[in-house]
Each structure stands twice: as C-alpha cells, then as structure tokens.
Design a protein. Structure first.
Length: 111
C-alpha cells in the first residue's frame, strides 16, 4: 500500500526542531546518526527533505497503528549520499480531520 496523498505531504518543522537538532534532548541522538552515517545536518537538510518526499511516492507504506489522533504509517527507504548510506525509517500521520500525511519522525536504522 502506498501512503495516501503523498503529493500533499507536509514535512513541517520536524527536521529543524527535532530530528536534525543537536540542541534537542532526544533529537540530538538522531542528529548525530544522520551526520555520521549520511553527512546530513541542518545545513544540507534538503537532501533528506527531497528523499522523504520521493520515498513516500515510490515505496510501500506500512500501517503502524490507529489512535485518537489519526492513522500512523511507516515508510522505509534506502538513502545514499556522498558520505555514506543507510536504511531510513520515516513515520507519518494522517489526522482524522485531514487527508494528507504529516511527518512525525525520521531516523536512520540498521539494515
């Protein structure tokens, strides 16, 4: 199954505020992994943004759960940069009152 309405996806500020933020108490761990494995930081976050938007159009989505906020999906994809490569897990939600996916989390995972 593909993520519904990937062309309407919203990345929001999740990368800046959390996943690539060395100042965030939990996000700093993800930021460090992105930097070490892929060379991705806030400075070149467009690499990750573009990869996320392509991945949700090309790769299968896994229905993760449904809760009081909406329906949650995971999309895994392989990302290669000049620095390295990694499998990446992205998490998305489609809120009940909306018809488009929002990024909730993203981080490199072991193969």
């Amino acid at each position: 199954m593909k993520l519904p309405n990937p062309e309407k996806a919203i990345l929001g500020d999740k990368l800046e505020r959390y996943c690539l933020n060395f100042q965030h108490s939990l996000g700093k761990n993800k930021a460090l992994i992105f930097q070490k494995r892929l060379g991705i930081t806030l400075t070149n976050k467009k690499i990750l943004e573009d990869a996320l938007l392509i991945a949700i159009q090309e790769h299968e989505a896994i229905l993760y759960k449904q809760d009081s906020f909406g329906i949650h999906y995971d999309v895994k994809f392989f990302l290669e940069t000049e620095i390295g490569s990694s499998l990446v897990l992205s998490s998305w939600i489609i809120r009940f009152e909306e018809n488009f996916p929002r990024l909730t989390n993203v981080y490199p995972v072991d193969k």
